[in-house]
Design a binder for this molecule. Sequence first.
Ligand SMILES: NC(=O)c1ccc[n+]([C@@H]2O[C@H](COP(=O)([O-])OP(=O)(O)OC[C@H]3O[C@@H](n4cnc5c(N)ncnc54)[C@H](OP(=O)(O)O)[C@@H]3O)[C@@H](O)[C@H]2O)c1
Length: 326
Amino acid sequence: MPSVIVFGATGFLGAPLTRAIVKAHPDWKVTAYVRGTRTSDEVKKELGVKRIETGDFTEFEKIKALCKENDIAVNAGNSFTDAPISAIVAGLSERSEGPKGKLLHISGAGNFLDFGTTGEFNPASKVWDDDNEEDIKLVNDKMFNGQSDVVALQAGKNGAVDTYVVCTPVTYGGAAVGSKGMGVGYSLITGNAKPLGYVPYIGNGSAVLSTAHVLDVVPFMLKVLELAASGPAQGSVYSRWFNVETQRVAWKDMATELAKVMYAKGIFKSPEAKSVPLEEAGEGEVKYLVAGNMLMHTNRSARMGFKPTQPSILTQVHEDLKDAAL
Ligand SMILES: NC(=O)c1ccc[n+]([C@@H]2O[C@H](COP(=O)([O-])OP(=O)(O)OC[C@H]3O[C@@H](n4cnc5c(N)ncnc54)[C@H](OP(=O)(O)O)[C@@H]3O)[C@@H](O)[C@H]2O)c1
């Protein structure tokens, strides 16, 4: 039976994924790597795992040693920098016993932003297709999740590790899984809006945001993990990248619903979203999330059985953020 270590196991995606692994495969040896902010017993109870390892993502040697002794590592912790992925890859690459180390890395569809500035849908924008290996070869370290994706893909390309990637867009639905946190996607969007005093969209707000419900995403991640566990990887690493999506939504619609939520929570004085120019839509790169389009196909995932069935973020956002500390 494989041994699996999950990084980010207490997170928005990592917690339901860890619980799903334990539920589907009670005989697998699952370890959760977590920060020491809560007792091991609490975390064990919450996740159902038998083994906890505590540490930070910056603890390279500790993570490397743990990955060396596990068959499979899941990076559901951080995709913005090369920690913990570099240490994970270093450990999996040095396994001396058993089959080659396997990696399930969670990436993000922020990679596929078209960096449009008008806030309008652009029918000429590239649609990134997980079934086209040439598209995945274009993933690079300048992209939102590129610093970690490149390490994961390179390890798969040079044969050191059997890499699998699931690329999820803004992921929601925490209320459906009793999530404690909001996750990276909601945090970016609400964190961008809050200092502005309004929820922005740009121009007519027809630019599209890709979104996925956690209950569509997590069972599929488990499926990819089961594929990894089933034997040596097949094909090139670029054929083991899977995009997932529940629904694309127009930014005006997203902003309209989020403004109602932030008004209801007493954060904003108006329940209306606001159309603004790019320079008034937020700081740094996040304003391009509002201004541009995020377009991808999920053909490869669909062939693997990915079939979204969950409700839209436009309805779910109210329930998801009702009790969240924004
Ligand atoms: N949610 C999304 O919309 C979305 C979309 C695309 C891609 N992703 C990617 O998916 C992954 C998981 O996202 P998420 O939304 O589940 O994130 P999250 O809720 O913020 O969870 C992050 C997890 O990593 C742990 N962690 C963070 N920094 C750490 C550190 N320095 N040392 C040890 N542990 C640390 C957190 O521990 P604590 O519980 O102690 O904080 C938590 O378990 C990330 O790589 C993210 O970029 C997420």
